[in-house]
Structures are given as C-alpha cells and as structure tokens.
Ligand binder design. Structure first.
Ligand code: HEC
Length: 183
C-alpha cells in the first residue's frame, strides 16, 4: 500500500513545485518587466521637446475674405483696386505680395500715413489702425486672403509671424513708408 500510494504523491508534489516555481518566475518576470519599463518610458518622453517640429498656423483665406469685407473693403474696394486719388490698390501691389509679409503685417497692426507710391501712383493720406484691434488670427486670415485673390499670388501669412511682429512693441502713430522701407 505504501509503495502504491507514494508514486501518485510525486506527481502531486512535482505539480505543486512547478506551480510555485511558475508563480515565482511570473512574479520575478513581472518585477523585471515593470522595473525595465520605467527607464524606457522616461527615455521616450525626454527627447520629445527636442524633436518636436515648430508649429505654424497659416491664415485661412476664406475667413480672411469675411474680415476683408468687414474691415478693409470700405476703403480698398470689392476687387482690391482701391479708389484713385484716395485709397491705394491691394491688387497687384508689390508691397502686398512681398515674400516677406513683415511690412503689410505692420500696416494692418498700426496703420500707415504719409506719401507712398503704389503701382506708379503716389498716395499721401492716412490709414488708421483698424478699430477695434484685430487679433493675430484675423490679421493672418485677412492678409492670406489679400495676398491670394485678384491675381495676387503670395504665400499665406502665419499667425506666428503676426504674433512675433506684434511682440516688437505697440506704436502710438501709424507707420510711414520711409520707416517701413528701411526694415
Ligand atoms: C479707412 C480706410 C482704410 C481702411 C479701413 C483700410 N485701409 Fe489700407 N490704406 C488706406 C489708405 C488711405 C492707405 C494709404 C496710406 C498713405 O497714403 O500713407 C492704405 C494703405 C494700405 C496698404 C499699403 C499700400 C498698398 O496698397 O499696398 C496696405 C497693404 C493696406 N492699406 C491694407 C489694408 C488692409 C489689409 C485693410 C483691412 C484690414 C486696410 N488696409 C484697411 C485706407 C484704409
């Protein structure tokens, strides 16, 4: 009886031992797993700021068309042709389509006064800064529109470009062409 009962005990014991060993392994593995994870997560998180590409938000010409209709159209007219002797044209104005939108951004931020030549005609008037002031997004939108309608073909103006120029400081008087020309 003794000999006949022992053999079945071995598999039972062995099974128990294997189970404990398996549990121990699983536990150790779990620990190794979680402790190995932490440095990996840190390594993935750390370089993100360095590798993130700078974001730029181009103006939306469709929204800009509405801003134009609301703010600029009364002076610069439906087709951007302006009014002879009073308001200079935006259509075909090299200043408007300049690869660097810095000057037009400044004009819309702070206005323009004094003599300026546009398409061979001299204007000597004053454009007050739009009131109430436009947001950076409004200015990016309206300038993106003005630079891409009526035959004008220039790159969109980004919100970030407007923000950067606004950050250079407020003005109490409109720009003059003499000042802008030097920029
Ligand atoms: C109250 C009338 C008025 C409004 C509104 C107005 N402007 Fe002007 N704008 C003028 C006048 C006048 C000049 C010329 C100023 C001068 O003689 O120095 C001018 C000049 C300009 C110029 C430079 C000259 C050119 O034709 O390239 C740009 C660009 C311009 N305006 C864009 C705009 C935009 C964009 C808006 C709307 C956000 C706007 N303006 C709203 C009257 C206006």
């Amino acid at each position: 009886m003794f000999l006949r009962t022992r053999p079945p005990q071995w598999p039972g014991l062995t099974l128990a031992f294997v189970s404990v060993a398996a549990l121990a392994l699983a536990f150790a593995g779990g620990c190794a797993h979680s402790s190995a994870n932490a440095p990996v997560a840190a390594a993935v998180a750390a370089p993100q700021p360095a590798t993130a590409t700078p974001t730029t938000t181009p103006g939306d010409p469709d929204v800009g068309a509405a801003v134009y209709a609301r703010i600029c159209l009364g002076c610069h007219q439906f087709n951007g042709q302006g009014l002879p002797g009073a308001f200079p044209p935006l259509a075909g104005s090299p200043l408007v389509t300049d690869a660097d939108p810095g000057k037009v951004i400044r004009i819309v931020l702070h206005g323009l006064q004094g003599p300026i030549q546009v398409k061979g005609t001299t204007f000597n008037s004053i454009m007050p800064p739009p009131a109430p002031a436009l947001t950076d997004q409004d200015i990016a939108d309206v300038l993106t529109y003005v630079r891409s309608d009526w035959g004008n073909e220039a790159a969109p103006v980004t919100v970030e470009a407007v923000t950067a120029i606004r950050a250079q400081g407020a003005r109490t008087t409109p720009w003059t062409w003499a000042e802008l020309e030097k920029l």
